[in-house]
Design a protein around this ligand. Structure first.
Ligand code: PMP
Length: 457
C-alpha cells in the first residue's frame, strides 16, 4: 500500500460511510481498523500490524483467508458464467449441484429443498415467509404468529428484527411485525428464574414457552425460531436436551420449528450443524455465512419433507413461491460453496473446531479462576465468550471503557477479539492450529492482566 493511498484511506475512513452496528459519531471519533490483507488465520492492518483474527471475519471465515480451492472455483465460475437468474424458467449448473449437495448433507435432518438467498437475514426472511405460506397451503390460514427466544439474533430485515430478542436491534425500528412473542432463553448465567441447575432451567424455559403457546392459542402460531447456540446474544449454549424438548413441545402443538444455523452451520460448534449437538431435526434450517467461508455473499433456507410435500401436493396457486432474490442461487456463490464443502470435509473442520474450542474454553476457565473481573466463560466448539463484570457477586456488567481497553490490549498483544456490551466474543477460523489458539489465549490473558481501569467504567 503506497503512502498517498494510505493517507487517503485514513482521511476518508468513516467519513462518507455509515458503518453497520455503530453510532456514526463514534466511528468518526474512533475510526475502524482498516484491514488490508489476510493470510491463513491472520489479518494485517494499514499500519502493517498482523494479528490472529479471533473474530473469523464475522463468525464466517471458517477456512481462513488463503483458501486456494475456493478462490480458484470463484475465478473459474467468473470466467464461465458470472451471473444468471434462477427465477422461473432458467437456472445454472452450480445451483443444481449445490442444491443436491446440501440436501445430501442434510439428509440427517430430512431436509429436502434449498431456497437460495444472499445471506443470513435473507434466509431468515425466507424461513418466516415459507412458514406462513405452509399453513395457508395446508388450509390453516390463522397460523401466522411467530415465537422466538429473548437474546436471540436473526438478522436485520423487518421479519428477522421482529423475532430478534435484543432491544438494541429493535427499538429504533419499531413498530415491528405484529404477532411475535418471546420466551426466556435457557441462559445459565443470567435468567429470570435465578436458576443455576441446567436441567431445571431447561424445564422452566420449556414451561414458559408452553405457557405462551397456550395463551396465544397454538392454532394461531406458525413457527418457533431459535439458534441452536445463541451467537450475537453472547454465546448462550442451551443445556443439553433443551432443543429436543422444545421440538417435542412444538410437535405436540403442531408448530413449525425453524433452526437459525447461520452461525452454527458448517462446523462452528464442533458438529456439522448445531441441530446435531442435541440430535433434533427442525422443519426449516437457515444457513449462510460459512457456506462460502465469507468469500461470497450466499445463504439458503432449507425445508424438510413435511413442508416439501405440502407444497408439492397442492395445486392451489397459493403454493407458488412468490419470493426470491435477484441473487438467489448466484453461480459464483454456489461455486464457492461447493469448494467450501469439499474443503470442510477434507480437513474435518468440525473436528478441529471441537478440539481447539475445548482447549481455549479450558484455558479461559483457568483465567477466570485468577481474575475477579471475569464473571462467566462459555462456549461450544469455536464459539466462545468471556463475560466481564465489575462485581462478581452482583454480576454487574463491566463498562464500555473497560471492555474497549481489553479489546485494544488484546489487539496489541496479537489477537483481534470482538466486544459486545460486557462480553468478549471469539469465533476464529476453524482451520486454527494449536499455536494460533495459544496466541489468542496469550493475548487475552495479557489484556486481562494489563488493563488496570476500574471495570465499572
Ligand atoms: N441469523 C444469525 C443467527 C446471525 O448470527 C446472523 C448474522 N450475524 C444473521 C441471521 C443475519 O445474517 P446476515 O448478516 O448475513 O444478514
Amino acid at each position: 500500500m503506497n503512502e498517498i493511498s494510505s493517507n487517503f484511506l485514513r482521511e476518508h475512513n468513516a467519513r462518507q460511510v455509515w458503518h453497520p452496528m455503530a453510532h456514526p459519531v463514534e466511528m468518526e471519533t474512533t475510526p475502524p481498523r482498516i484491514i488490508v490483507s489476510g493470510e491463513g488465520v491472520s489479518i494485517v492492518d494499514l499500519d502493517g500490524k498482523r494479528v490472529v483474527d479471533a473474530v473469523g471475519g464475522l463468525w464466517n471465515v471458517n477456512l481462513g483467508y488463503s483458501n486456494e480451492p475456493i478462490k480458484q472455483a470463484i475465478a473459474r465460475q467468473l470466467a464461465e458464467l458470472p451471473y444468471y437468474s434462477a427465477f422461473r424458467g432458467t437456472t445454472n449448473p452450480r445451483l443444481i449441484e449445490l442444491g443436491a449437495r446440501l440436501v445430501d448433507i442434510l439428509k440427517v435432518e430430512n431436509m429436502r429443498r434449498a431456497m437460495f438467498t444472499s445471506g443470513g437475514s435473507d434466509s431468515v426472511e425466507s424461513a418466516l415467509r415459507i412458514a406462513r405460506q405452509y399453513w395457508k397451503v395446508r388450509g390453516k390460514a390463522d397460523k401466522t404468529k411467530f415465537l422466538a427466544l429473548k437474546k436471540g439474533y436473526h438478522g436485520t430485515h423487518f421479519g428477522g428484527a421482529s423475532v430478534n430478542g435484543n432491544q438494541n436491534f429493535r427499538r429504533a425500528y419499531e413498530p415491528l411485525l405484529p404477532g411475535v412473542y418471546h420466551a426466556p432463553s435457557p441462559f445459565l448465567y443470567r435468567n429470570p428464574f435465578d436458576e443455576t441447575n441446567p436441567e431445571r432451567l431447561s424445564d422452566l424455559c420449556v414451561a414458559a414457552l408452553e405457557d405462551e403457546i397456550k395463551f396465544q392459542g397454538a392454532d394461531t402460531i406458525a413457527a418457533f425460531i431459535a439458534e441452536p447456540v445463541l451467537g450475537a446474544g453472547g454465546v448462550i449454549v442451551p443445556p443439553a436436551g433443551f432443543m429436543k424438548k422444545v421440538r417435542a413441545l412444538l410437535d405436540r402443538h403442531d408448530i413449525l420449528m425453524i433452526a437459525d444455523e447461520v452461525i452454527t452451520g458448517f462446523g462452528r460448534t464442533g458438529e456439522w450443524f448445531g441441530a446435531r449437538l442435541d440430535g433434533f431435526a427442525p422443519d426449516v434450517m437457515c444457513i449462510a455465512k460459512a457456506i462460502t467461508s465469507g468469500y461470497f455473499p450466499l445463504g439458503a433456507c432449507m425445508v424438510n419433507e413435511k413442508i416439501e410435500s405440502a407444497f408439492m401436493n397442492s395445486d392451489d396457486t397459493l403454493a407458488a413461491i412468490f419470493h426470491g432474490y435477484t441473487y438467489s442461487g448466484h453461480p459464483v456463490g454456489c461455486a464457492a460453496a461447493i469448494a467450501c464443502l469439499d474443503e470442510t470435509f477434507a480437513r474435518d473442520l468440525p473436528g478441529n473446531s471441537a478440539r481447539e474450542g475445548s482447549f481455549m474454553l479450558d484455558a479461559f476457565g483457568k483465567l477466570a479462576a485468577r481474575h475477579d473481573t471475569i464473571g462467566d466463560v462459555r462456549g461450544k466448539g469455536l464459539m466462545l465468550a468471556i463475560e466481564f463484570v465489575a462485581d462478581r457477586a452482583a454480576k454487574t456488567p463491566a463498562g464500555k471503557k473497560y471492555m474497549g481497553a481489553l479489546a485494544d490490549a488484546a489487539y496489541e498483544a496479537g489477537a483481534l477479539v470482538r466486544v459486545s456490551a460486557n462480553v468478549m466474543i471469539m469465533s476464529p477460523p476453524l482451520v486454527l492450529e494449536r499455536k494460533d489458539s495459544q496466541q489468542i489465549v496469550d493475548a487475552v490473558t495479557h489484556a486481562v492482566s494489563a488493563v488496570r481501569l476500574d471495570p465499572a467504567q
